[in-house]
Design a protein around this ligand. Structure first.
Ligand code: SAH
Ligand code: SF4
Length: 373
């Protein structure tokens, strides 16, 4: 974010912004939310909290996160595990490690898991994932819903994985504005905005529950970019959103632009405003309280839940690999095993007045409503 572009609105304008018609949110309203001064954020959060309670209830659903591999063929300029970062020790879990993590989720009543990794499209990888999905289902009695977060793939691969039993897919657009997208990715023929959009469209066509999202507080990002992001998620009728603050990583090319960034506390509050604005705009979707929120504030995920999020992704990757899956610096939950993470999260969620949806898939209501309409 170029701090120069970022001017908070004054008190009387804030009053107007907060008396919006929530059933008819305009681009101007969204811009107003984003530019609210700090002392008005609580009012925005209260509005979003009411909408959350009314449309999706005060239940938070768990998705056990398995960071399957940090091997990646891509070079996104912001990401710590990009292919060219040769300081990363690369790993890939074996089948037993993945199945055991999935079993942990099932036994602890999580009901859903996410398999995330760097992007690979080779057939060795795609067939391994297919086998894993089938094996997880057979070993856990088809109790778990499986979300994948494995980047851009061909329609055939998405179909294969769906046919093996993956029901949800997360593919962030990162930034919905093509100009900014280009600044975040190398022009090497492997990173195309158009292909990203086509991948999201394939997922939709194949009837996945489709998740997307963006990074917040990026260098070069303006408030208008963030408005475009929110409108993109609405226009694409996205079912689930994971978005969180951009956090710099010193072994990445984007690090050189760190002087353009908002201070971490302001970036965090911008994240909270975005979550609240999205809940007001897209009332019945699932929104994740992302780990990146907690990287910038010790109570970041709890605050995101209060501001409208209703999904959380406890890390269930075997502990020894966690330090090697550093998309960004200061990533939390890298030194506590899955059991400890669970206890810590239970306590944290209790402070928000939300309950945990154990044994419940917590499908996106938006997806269900979309299917039934
Ligand atoms: N390779 C897959 C999944 C792993 S990356 C993919 O790219 O879709 C998952 C997400 O991590 C990305 O979508 C990106 O939004 C986020 N991420 C990567 N680097 C980050 C950083 N420096 N700060 C915050 N989020 C980051
Ligand atoms: Fe690879 Fe995903 Fe990181 Fe891009 S964001 S470098 S695709 S892991």
């Amino acid at each position: 974010m170029d701090a120069k572009d970022f001017k908070y609105i004054n008190n009387s304008e804030a009053k107007k912004v907060l008396s919006v018609n929530v059933d008819n949110i305009s681009a101007d309203d969204l811009l107003g939310f984003i530019l609210l001064p700090e002392d008005k954020i609580e009012a925005l959060v209260n509005l979003a909290a009411k909408i959350k309670e009314q449309y999706v209830g005060n239940t938070v659903y768990y998705r056990g996160l398995i960071e399957y591999s940090n091997i990646c063929a891509k070079n996104c300029l912001y990401c710590g595990i990009r292919a060219c970062n040769n300081k990363v020790e690369r790993y890939e879990l074996n089948e037993d490690e993945v199945v055991n993590a999935a079993r942990f989720a099932a036994e602890h009543h999580y009901a859903s898991i996410v398999i995330q990794a760097g992007e690979r499209t080779d057939s060795l990888f795609t067939s391994k994932i297919a086998r894993l999905i089938s094996k997880i289902h057979s070993e856990t009695g088809n109790k778990l819903k499986i979300t994948l977060s494995l980047g851009e793939q061909s329609e055939e691969t998405y179909r294969l994985w769906r046919d093996c039993g993956a029901q949800r897919y997360l593919l962030r657009i990162e930034s919905a504005s093509e100009d900014l997208y280009r600044k975040l990715h190398p022009a090497d023929g492997k990173h195309s905005y158009k292909k990203r959009i086509e991948a999201i469209e394939s997922l939709r066509k194949l009837e996945y529950q489709v998740g997307s999202g963006v990074m917040i507080g990026l260098p070069f990002q303006t408030p208008q970019h963030l408005v475009n992001d929110l409108l993109f998620l609405k226009d694409f009728d996205i079912d689930m959103v994971g978005m969180g603050p951009y956090i710099e990583h010193h072994e990445t090319p984007l690090y050189e632009h760190r002087a353009l960034l908002l201070p971490k506390n302001e970036r965090f509050l911008l994240g909270i405003k975005m979550v609240a604005a999205l809940r007001i705009l897209m009332k019945d979707i699932n929104i994740a309280a992302t780990t990146a929120m907690q990287a910038l504030h010790p109570k970041g995920r709890e605050m995101a839940i209060v501001a409208g999020a209703n999904v959380i992704m406890p890390n269930i990757t075997p502990l020894k690999y966690r330090k090697d899956y550093l998309l960004y610096e200061d990533k939390p939950c890298t030194d506590e095993d899955s059991e400890k993470c669970l206890k810590c999260l239970e306590k944290r969620i209790a402070t928000t007045g939300n309950q945990i949806g154990y044994d419940s898939w917590g499908d996106s209501k938006h997806f269900t409503n979309r299917k039934n309409s």
